[in-house]
Design a protein around this ligand. Structure first.
Ligand SMILES: [Zn+2]
Length: 150
């Protein structure tokens, strides 16, 4: 979810105003989307349409990577390597953003240990590497290596 979306949703929830120049249809879809969000002390939460547990909306890409990295470690900061499924559950327990599932998958695939776990699972489908996919691999890999136990 883009920062602009979050601004639009926040503005509508707090003041009932729409972004300038949007069409009737866009207004309708914005109103609809607002049902999935609530604002508490100026912070936006996503609870879906079924009023599930509220989860913090994260719009900053760097913050997302930091969250994924944190959720991939235990309380002592050691990598847990639980693979996609467990990491996804942990992350989505607290946070929400558009494409969060894909981001968890991508993150776990870049971790050598977690991707080995993934290979062991025959249910997984393989996706082609795109040119963009190495964007975060450097810093994340470096973090793993600095944590390695010998
Ligand atoms: Zn891992």
């Amino acid at each position: 979810m883009d920062h602009e979306d979050i601004v639009a949703i926040t503005e509508y929830i707090t003041k009932g105003v729409y972004p300038r120049g949007i069409s009737k249809g866009e207004k309708r879809s914005l109103r609809k989307r607002c049902h999935s969000f609530s604002l508490k002390n100026g912070v936006l939460y996503h609870h879906g349409n079924k009023h599930k547990k509220q989860r913090l909306v994260v719009s900053d890409p760097q913050e997302r990577v930091r969250i994924l990295d944190t959720m991939h470690r235990d309380s002592d900061g050691r990598p847990t390597h639980n693979g996609i499924k467990f990491t996804h559950r942990k992350v989505t327990d607290w946070y929400w953003w558009r494409g969060i599932t894909e981001d968890v998958k991508t993150f776990c695939k870049r971790c050598p240990e977690c991707s080995q776990l993934a290979v062991a699972n025959p249910n997984r489908h393989s996706e082609p590497e795109d040119s963009d996919s190495n964007r975060y691999s450097m810093p994340i890999q470096m973090m793993y290596y600095s944590d390695m136990r010998y």
